[in-house]
Design a protein around this ligand. Structure first.
Ligand code: HEM
Length: 471
């Protein structure tokens, strides 16, 4: 094991050969212990620290300048090793791929999120938002557990927009199974991450945990395959300008772009499966968590709810019509609320890269072969970037408090930023505006905040309940 410039940095004690691997071995990952430990490390060791696990050196950063250098780097865009644990599920789809494959796929998929397409998607999102409001009306006054209800909304939305597939009510059991399998995959991933002996594929596969993982894969893959087959069967539209029998313009779903690329020989069925699995997961779980935390914060803050309501009254008056894209863009206060939610609870709390080309952070050389983890969660709570960083105050995004462009990166930044960023903002604005026009929200317990955990995304480690009271 050759010495590395990173060895000079602080971090949990490194034992000979095994490094710090014992620190993680007995963790209760389901209770968020790993998440808490990372917060303690940041406090104890400062802006840059290294966790060594056998020969792997993982540099952890959350200083704004370091974050900028890492995320803006145009060639260090390979994801770090633990992401490979997700490959049996997501293949090397857009999230996990690297090199020329990533470039090719990004090029095929970028048009799927063009403004004109988003305009068509917006119609579906509005429909789904209304459905959610109707569902919540039936539960008025009850303590509603947010996560299952909200993630239904985001999953149906991604399927009916990007995938162009309707999830009929007879599929509701399959939807629940799919969502539970993803949660279980998250748990298994965390267990595997903290137990270094499970990193080896052949050991993992042959233990009960690996067999459980296999079962989850069957569930998520068969759900995604159903979506692909359904679209293949029903696809008739060739471009966005086509009209249906009623003269309404038709939408070109992302899945259609992929199927066209298949016909043109640019991608094969396996490639399509990778992308459908990737987008179904990234496109629903991230927004579900942001909305869950957002509704929790709103329920706890009458003042902010009032400001949103006033903004919406200014746009719609007493009319109950749904927003146009232009009106969504007018909702500046609501946008600040969403940003403030993503600051405090970034759905993707950290991202990690494998360094394929040696680079420098100031004077510190970060050698090829090491890994870098960027902690968006800790960056967003820095006192030198945000005043009273733990306080929920959307106005900070209106009064120009943040000076550094890399101080707020919930969608990452640079070449590997989130391809669904604009989609997500439209979806969140649309549904939150519908909810705030229809209900006032009440927290179960004033000032309460859940424990947190992070697998692929940041989640509450305990259920969050909110009351929806009809206006
Ligand atoms: C609140 C919502 C969302 C947040 C906070 C979010 C955040 C992120 C972040 C931080 C990354 C970088 C991940 C990394 O480097 O490891 C990312 C990538 C990605 N996101 Fe999102 N995302 C959101 C919604 C969406 C939606 C709605 C979609 C799809 C419709 C989507 C699709 C993707 C894909 C495919 C990638 C990989 C892009 C690439 O590597 O080229 N995301 N997202």
């Amino acid at each position: 094991d050759k010495e590395s410039p990173l060895d000079k940095l602080p971090g949990p004690p490194r034992k000979p050969i095994i490094g710090a691997s014992l620190e993680f071995l007995r963790m209760d990952t389901s209770a968020g212990d790993l998440f808490l430990k990372m917060r303690c490390y940041a406090k104890e060791y400062g802006d840059r620290y290294v966790v060594k696990v056998f020969k792997r050196r993982i540099l952890h950063v959350y200083g704004v300048k370091d974050v900028e250098v890492v995320l803006a780097h145009s060639r260090n865009i390979t994801k770090s090793k633990p992401y490979t644990f997700l490959q049996p599920w997501l293949g090397t789809g857009l999230l996990l791929s690297a090199g020329s494959k990533w470039h090719r796929r990004r090029k095929i998929l970028t048009p799927a999120f063009h403004f004109n397409i988003l305009k068509y998607f917006c119609e579906v999102i509005k429909e789904k938002s209304r459905d959610l409001v109707e569902r919540l009306k039936k539960m008025t006054g009850e303590d509603v557990e947010l996560m299952p209800v909200v993630s239904d909304f985001t999953l149906y939305t991604i399927c009916e927009t990007a995938m162009g597939t309707q999830l009929d009510s007879d599929k509701s059991a399959a939807v629940v199974k799919y969502k539970n399998a993803i949660l279980q995959i998250g748990d298994l991933l965390l267990s595997r991450l903290t137990k270094v002996y499970l990193h080896k594929e052949f050991i993992f596969r042959n233990l009960p945990i690996g067999r459980q993982f296999e079962k989850c894969l069957d569930v998520v893959h068969s759900f995604a395959n159903g979506v692909i087959m359904d679209r293949k069967k029903n696809r008739v539209i060739k471009n966005t300008e086509d009209e249906d029998a009623l003269g309404r313009k038709k939408r070109l779903a992302m899945l259609d772009l992929l199927l066209e690329a298949e016909a043109g020989g640019e991608i094969d069925l396996e490639g399509i499966q990778e992308e459908v699995n990737t987008f179904m997961f990234e496109g629903h779980d991230t927004t579900a968590m942001a909305l869950t935390f957002g509704l929790m914060l709103l329920a706890d803050d009458e003042r902010v709810q009032k400001c949103i309501y006033e903004e919406l009254q200014g746009i719609f008056g007493d009319s109950d019509r749904q927003p146009t894209m232009a009106e969504l863009a007018e909702m500046k206060y609501l946008e600040a609320v969403i940003k403030e939610t993503l600051r405090l609870y970034p759905s993707v709390p950290f991202i990690a890269r494998e360094i394929t080309e040696t680079f420098k952070l100031d004077d510190l050389e970060v050698p090829k072969g090491s890994e870098v983890a960027v902690h968006i969660y800790d960056l967003h709570r820095r006192e030198d970037l945000y005043s009273e960083p733990l306080v929920f105050r959307p106005e900070r995004f209106l009064d120009g408090e943040l000076k550094h462009p890399y101080g707020f990166v919930p969608f990452s930044a640079g070449p590997r930023n989130c391809i669904g960023q604009r989609f997500a903002m439209i979806e969140m604005k649309c549904v939150l505006s519908e909810i705030c026009r229809s209900f006032t929200l009440q927290a179960r317990e004033k000032g309460w905040r859940p424990k947190l955990m992070a697998d692929m995304v940041l989640r509450p480690a305990e259920p969050i309940y909110v009351k929806f009271i009809k206006r």
